[in-house]
Write a protein that binds this ligand. Structure first.
Ligand code: JFZ
Length: 434
């Protein structure tokens, strides 16, 4: 089998990602032992916590208020169509009942298979489900985190020093992925995280991993991080992607300025993953939550550039999504119930970004997201004669498409107003003329 994928690969990717690009909005869930120290999911690395220090959280872990049905309801009410949970993050703690390590939720006081419960609950709400799986592992004895640090980016060559041990780790990692793909029913997304330096692609035995994945779950879609690092997106960004380039790009904490396209300008599926405050894992001191207004605008921005938004929540040690996050999700949901038609199934309008906001488009329907208050009529640049009728999406009311008296200098543009002309505060043409 060749490393490089052929054109049928691109066709298959288009097929596989159809639902994903329709659904547009998902929930990311970062949850694990790190919810107890509550200083983010990198706490063990950033603070150089010893194995014993971190073990205390394992001994204590017992999220009695974990009720994934509530999470699923919150996601659905927010208008989210899919969700991705950290089955294992970099700390190596497994939220599922793996046979390959004892370091798992079923061995804690909780005794529960948190992944299975998540999958059952979200599927029951009709949401698509995905699992995040960390390629890094700070707990596995053979993961090459040698030296003074469990910070992998410091030493991306370490894996070469003891190939036999790295092979052990890869067998373990492949084995766990096999478990997740075999024992947990149909999964819609596998979200691997992440490559760095030379530790990418075949260093993970990625062709073998992808062949297993596709044979067990033919329709599953995969992110690009078996190949991508923080600096590079991998070959998904090219016309000649590898078999492990992934089905979608995964820009993190950034919305790509012009979306994601290959060198010929063809759109590439992408999903921006964005935190609600400034942390993925629960961080008690981080109160910097985005407002619902910001989240809605960012979602519109993603869709206006052919992308998805995977919005993160970090449930706490007891298993609850922070109240602040729930409040934002509720408000976003209120907007989505009225305006979701401008998000689901929509993409870029292939028109220049208007001054007052953004466009999204679905077929011959153009959605004008007016994000700035206007003075006078709203300008639809270059669309003179191309607007059949205009409606306010939120309430279905008529928007008045006209060529107002003060727009005669702009013959190529169409204009609309939310109010009928009799509500204008400036003189109407006939009043002026007489
Ligand atoms: C990764 C994780 O480290 C993080 O905890 C979170 O899960 C996020 C969604 O994904 O974040 C990264 C990955 C790569 C880099 C930085 C953050 N990088 O290469 O600089």
């Amino acid at each position: 089998m060749s490393i490089s994928a052929d054109s049928s690969y691109l066709e298959q990717r288009t097929e596989r990602t159809k639902w994903f690009l329709r659904d547009r909005f998902g929930m990311f869930i970062h949850w694990g032992l790190y919810a107890i120290p509550a200083r983010g999911e990198w706490v063990r690395s950033f603070e150089r916590l010893s194995v014993e220090d971190y073990q205390a959280y394992y001994e204590e872990f017992n999220p009695e208020r974990y009720d994934p049905k509530e999470w699923a309801k919150a996601a659905k009410a927010a208008g989210m169509k899919y969700a991705v949970l950290t089955a294992k993050h970099h700390d190596g703690f497994c939220l599922f009942d793996t046979k390959l390590t004892d370091y798992k939720s079923t061995n804690t006081k909780s005794g529960r298979d948190l992944v299975r419960e998540f999958l059952d609950a979200f599927r029951a709400e009709g949401l698509k489900v995905g699992l995040y799986y960390s390629l890094l592992d700070w707990h596995h004895p053979d993961y090459p985190a040698y030296g003074d640090s469990i910070h992998p980016m410091r030493d991306s060559e370490a894996y070469k020093r003891d190939p036999a041990r790295f092979t052990n780790y890869l067998d373990y990692m492949h084995g766990q992925v096999r478990e997740l793909l075999t024992d947990y029913g149909k999964l819609d997304i596998m979200w691997f995280d992440f490559s760095y330096g030379e530790v990418k692609g075949e260093a993970w035995r990625a062709t073998e991993l992808m062949e297993m994945l596709r044979s067990l779950q033919p329709d599953i879609i995969v992110d690009n991080r078996l190949e991508a690092s923080g600096e590079e997106g991998g070959s998904i960004y090219t016309r000649n992607p590898s078999l492990y380039s992934g089905d979608f790009a995964s820009p993190e904490q950034i919305i790509p300025p012009s979306g994601v396209t290959d060198e010929e300008g063809n759109p590439i599926p992408w999903e921006a993953c964005i935190t609600l405050n400034n942390n993925w894992g629960y961080c008690a001191s981080d109160r910097a939550y985005k407002t619902a207004k910001t989240v809605i605008r960012k979602l519109v921005e993603c869709v206006s550039k052919n992308g998805n938004l995977l919005l993160n929540v970090g449930p706490d040690a007891r298993g609850e999504i922070p109240r602040e996050s729930l409040n934002v999700l509720e408000e976003v949901g209120e907007w989505m119930r009225r305006n979701g038609d401008s998000i689901y199934g929509c993409g870029a309008a292939d028109l220049p970004k208007p001054e007052w906001g953004r466009y999204t488009r679905k077929g011959d329907k153009l959605y004008a997201h007016v994000l700035e208050e206007s003075v006078g009529p709203i300008n639809l640049a270059g669309l003179a004669g191309r607007i059949g009728q205009a409606r306010l999406l939120a309430d279905g009311s008529e928007a008045y498409v006209s060529r107002p008296w003060n727009a005669t200098l702009y013959p190529d543009d169409a204009f609309f107003n939310f109010a009928r002309p009799e509500h204008y505060t400036y003189p109407l043409p006939d009043e002026r003329d007489t």
